[in-house]
Design a protein around this ligand. Structure first.
Ligand code: DQA
Length: 144
């Protein structure tokens, strides 16, 4: 079984960007955490990051017929992108939305999530462990 983990803009700057909000763990460390967990669970994982909305749409489309589940942190595109919402609806693959920070406690403009309507679950404010929780949710669901 393969899961795809997709990260949006500026998440490649983890560990450098706003450490008070996102912590000091780097993006490379996040990838290692996800890869190690996938290995433990004996599944394949494809990890992708882009700063470009269209590339993220392309990646979601490429999951069709390839990935059994998607974990996505669309980052700032969460709050703006109908294109990402439509892409997730198009492929109809079980998808979990993850945010490292608790967006519900932040600025007003972060209270809107377009992609949420196409996601089975949203995990906010659990730090990097949110990605693992999202993988666990999909593993349990897909095992049924
Ligand atoms: C984020 C929250 C978004 O509002 C922000 O634009 C990000 C990261 C998070 O993981 O907490 O870039 O998705």
């Amino acid at each position: 079984m393969k899961l795809c983990v997709i990260n949006g803009p500026n998440l490649n700057m983890l560990g450098i960007r706003e450490p008070d909000i996102y912590g000091r763990t780097t993006y490379a460390d996040l990838c290692t955490l996800i890869e190690n967990y996938a290995a433990e669970q004996d599944i394949d994982v494809d990890i992708y990051q882009s700063n470009h909305e269209g590339d993220l749409v392309d990646k979601i489309q490429a999951c069709y017929g390839e990935a059994a589940g998607i974990v996505i942190n669309p980052a700032a595109y969460t709050h703006t992108s109908v294109a990402l919402l439509d892409a997730v609806k198009s492929v109809a693959i079980p998808t979990v939305e993850v945010h490292i920070s608790d967006v519900s406690q932040r600025e007003d403009f972060r209270q809107v999530s377009y992609i949420r309507a196409a996601c089975e679950k949203t995990i906010c404010g659990h730090g990097l462990n949110g990605y693992i929780e999202a993988m666990d949710y999909l593993l349990e669901k897909l095992a049924d």
